[in-house]
Design a protein around this ligand. Structure first.
Ligand code: ZN
Length: 198
């Protein structure tokens, strides 16, 4: 039964499609939005539309950015011959927060997962291989230590080894099964410093 007007119901429905938002949270958010000043609601909806319209993949590292080349790839202070492979832009952000990594990144946008039907062709692996044809000295694999992350790390390692590029894996300081983005900066740094060749 439709307890609310159809527009409120629609808003609750749309909010409920977001990850981690159940029906109750969707209702709470919907009523919160309705009670917000109109200007604030406009700012929120504009921010969503503008981000969606303008955010794209960096042409080099495939992180999400609103520029052709992201600020990290464009920075002359970064070492382009050292590439860290991460699963997502959020993982990249976690490493950036440490402020200690001077290389560049490659964002896969996922990890290989036979169970979920995600194969090597579904993540940005081809693009990584193209980058390795340039001057790359070290490839640091910083995928998560989940089953998918480890599978992806092994796959990349096997693929890249014949090219002669040094392949390293971040140390297991990152707890098994945990997401990089949830790991504190000290642990991330230790994992980076303790990386080993694979
Ligand atoms: Zn980039």
């Amino acid at each position: 039964m439709d307890y609310y007007s159809s527009q409120i119901t629609k808003l609750i429905e749309e909010l409920g499609r977001l990850p981690g938002v159940g029906n109750k949270s969707a209702q709470r958010l919907a009523f919160h939005i309705i009670n917000m000043p109109e200007e604030q609601v406009m700012n929120l909806s504009n921010a969503m539309v503008e981000a969606k319209k303008n955010v794209r993949y960096c042409a080099k590292c495939f992180t999400l950015t609103d520029k052709e080349i992201c600020p990290i790839c464009a920075s002359p202070k970064r070492n382009p011959s050292m590439i860290m492979v991460v699963e997502s832009t959020r993982d990249l952000a976690a490493y950036e927060k440490t402020g200690k990594y001077e290389g560049v990144y490659h964002v896969l946008h996922g990890a290989i997962s036979p169970m979920l039907g995600i194969g090597p062709e579904n993540i940005k692996l081809k693009e990584l291989m193209v980058r390795l044809q340039g001057n790359v000295e070290e490839l640091i694999i910083a995928t998560n230590s989940s089953l998918e992350g480890e599978t992806t790390a092994m796959y990349i390692s096997k693929l890249v080894k014949p090219t002669g590029v040094k392949v390293t894996r971040i140390a297991s300081g990152v707890p098994v099964g945990s997401d990089l983005e949830c790991t504190d900066e000290v642990t991330l740094l230790r994992a980076l410093e303790g990386r080993v060749e694979i």
